[in-house]
Design a protein around this ligand. Structure first.
Ligand SMILES: [Cu+2]
Length: 368
């Protein structure tokens, strides 16, 4: 049986926990707060939230007021008294059926309006900026149409740039299970369903790094499936796209050269492509494209940070993260496919030596 006294003792603790949770969740500066809309889609969706909250607040106050009034007014004033019994009241029933119905109709107007607004990318977005986002367990692949060749695409992973002030049309897909694409400050979540082809769009009002997250449970490392959207002025975006389409750097540094060999012999190249320009619609590899991995602010889908305060990459952080990742990917992202299927992790005889790991780190660091 529930021990009421124990429950009462725990009340202050429970209240403190609940209140602090509410404050943490609603703190607008938080990287993944929906209360800090930084683009038109998120702003419109936030607006719907406020409308519904206001409606719910009015209902709450009205219902509680009537309830309190009835409790006091119609209470049993005397032990011997039986309060007046009432059965049915057509007028009252009509009011409490039609009033909520009316409120739902009012709330439906901004809701449906916003649904269509968020689902349909503006026409010029479709013509100018179309991004493909493909969910993989547990990372995000991104593709932009090549600006130079209409039948080619530029591939990258986990960090994607967009031009500030332009609507970006996004085509969502998945190669395995259902994921969900969510950048709280830019737009609400939309599912990435294998072969379903959902679309959405967003636009960033200001430059900045926006945090994204998979929002549909997709297996062991779902919570570690993140990405970043970097919004920059248009000219910087174009530079980035051109840069991403260039082949991986060929360093002549001896450590990098030996790392390049290990990359092949250890089976890394079986899962990771270094080619940045591919045929439209071609199938990606099992792992993220690594051609410019050293230019990304994070490693392993937003889990390890290679920079200070979200700035550009700091090589010593990057090297440390690469080393930890290559040494034991499973300790960083439980269950990830690299550790589960890579031969150097599954076969103890093929385990990477310290020398091989250093060579790989040296090589990957040159892939700016
Ligand atoms: Cu997920």
């Amino acid at each position: 049986m529930l021990n009421f006294n124990k429950f009462k003792q725990a009340t202050p603790l429970l209240l403190t926990l609940i209140i602090s949770m509410v404050f943490v969740a609603c703190y607008p500066e938080h990287n993944q707060s929906t209360f800090d809309a930084r683009g038109p889609v998120a702003a419109k969706q936030l607006n719907v939230f406020w409308w519904i909250l206001a409606g719910a607040a009015i209902v709450f106050v009205l219902v509680e007021a009537v309830l309190a009034y009835s409790i006091i007014k119609y209470r049993r004033k005397d032990e011997s008294e039986t309060p007046k019994q009432t059965h049915g009241n057509a007028k009252l029933e009509f009011v409490w059926t039609s009033l909520p119905a009316l409120m739902l109709i009012i709330i439906a107007i901004p809701t449906i309006n916003t649904l269509f607004y968020a689902a349909e990318p503006p026409k010029h977005a479709l013509e100018q900026h179309t991004l493909q986002a493909i969910g993989h367990q547990w990372w995000f692949e991104f593709r932009y149409p090549s600006p130079n060749e209409s039948d080619k695409e530029i591939v990258t992973a986990n960090e994607v740039y967009i031009p500030v002030g332009y609507p970006i049309s996004i085509q969502l897909d998945s190669v395995d299970v259902i994921h969900s694409f969510w950048v709280p400050k830019l737009a609400g979540k939309v599912d990435m369903v294998p072969s379903e082809g959902n679309t959405m769009w967003f636009e960033a009002d200001k430059p900045g790094v926006y945090y994204g997250q998979c929002a549909e449970y997709c297996g062991d490392s779902h919570a570690n499936m993140r990405f970043r959207v970097v919004a920059v002025p248009e000219n910087e975006f174009n530079d980035w796209l051109t840069y991403q389409s260039t082949p991986a750097n060929e360093s002549s540094d001896p450590l990098a050269l030996s790392g390049k060999d290990v990359f092949k012999t250890a089976g890394c190249s079986g899962c990771h492509a270094l080619k940045t320009v591919v045929n439209k619609g071609s199938k990606g590899r099992i792992g993220p494209n690594l051609a410019h991995v050293a230019s990304r602010r994070h490693l392993a889908a937003g889990v390890l940070t290679n920079s200070e305060d979200g700035g550009l990459v700091n090589d010593s952080y990057l090297q440390e993260n690469l080393r930890n990742w290559i040494k034991d990917p499973n300790s960083i992202k439980p269950g990830n496919i690299m550790a589960a299927q890579g031969v150097v992790y599954t076969n103890p005889d093929r385990k990477l030596t310290e020398g091989e790991i250093s060579a790989l780190v040296g090589y990957l660091t040159t892939l700016k």
